[in-house]
Design a protein around this ligand. Structure first.
Ligand SMILES: [Fe+2]
Length: 247
């Protein structure tokens, strides 16, 4: 089946190449984000040819990944603590076309700012009713939607008294294995964004465009109280994916 945007769900006809440019992406080395000093490459990157291995990937995600995990507030016996939110949006490529049938995964801290992870020993309570992981497949127009709780800020070791703004991590697989994008979304009303080295690693003007995030009560079809937020870094995501032939 070929979608409106040209992406094939069931079988590939001609592999799409994608942009090699990283315009709008954070630099690998951003000294204010201390971990990048050790993680960033020391040598120029080596470009590899875009063959079918790089430009294709699984299409039957709905069969491969199992059931969707769209509601993070109903994964346990009771509701988690915190402010319920709906995060929804569309995955678009660099030309603004929808990316259908691709996997969007999220993971996040609970409302107190604590992850369920052995390395997270921050002195905030775990919530027995919140795991903090979700996964859905975009629909034919690239749309996705999660129900969750607003995560809390938490301290980290980047510098003295450093705090991460509230954020949700995202992984988007895209139409090919080599097109995976890992990023984060923030909440536009959070004053910690201004002083966060990771958020500020995103170059201008993409950072300014976060203000496109909005609160949209009509998006809530759950019949329960929930603040509905569109993804404030959607444009940042969109710029990652494009086809080199400019179609
Ligand atoms: Fe985090």
């Amino acid at each position: 089946m070929t979608t409106l945007s040209g992406y094939s769900r069931r079988k590939m006809t001609k592999p799409d190449t994608y942009s090699r440019e990283d315009a709008g992406q954070p630099a690998s080395l951003h000294p204010a984000y201390a971990s990048t000093v050790l993680r960033s490459p020391r040598q120029p990157l080596v470009r590899i040819p875009q063959t079918i291995t790089e430009t294709t990937g699984p299409r039957d995600w709905d069969r491969l990944m199992g059931g969707a995990m769209a509601d993070l507030t109903t994964q346990h016996a009771a509701m988690p603590q915190g402010q319920r939110i709906i995060v929804s949006g569309r995955v678009l490529d660099e030309q603004g076309r929808p990316v259908p049938y691709t996997v969007v995964e999220i993971w996040q801290a609970n409302a107190a700012g604590r992850y369920i992870h052995a390395k997270d020993q921050w002195d905030a309570p775990l919530d027995p009713n919140f795991t903090g992981a979700g996964r859905v497949i975009t629909d034919g127009e690239g749309r996705y939607r999660f129900v969750s709780v607003r995560p809390g800020a938490y301290p980290w070791g980047n510098h003295y008294n450093a705090w991460r703004p509230a954020h949700i991590h995202l992984s988007l697989l895209g139409p090919a294995f080599a097109m995976r994008l890992v990023t984060q979304m923030y909440f536009p009303d959070d004053p910690l964004i201004e002083i966060d080295p990771i958020a500020n690693a995103v170059p201008m003007p993409q950072r300014n465009e976060w203000s496109r995030g909005s609160i949209s009560p009509p998006l809530n079809p759950t019949g329960r109280w929930a603040i509905c937020s569109t993804l404030c870094c959607a444009d940042h995501l969109r710029r990652r994916w494009s086809r080199a032939d400019g179609r």
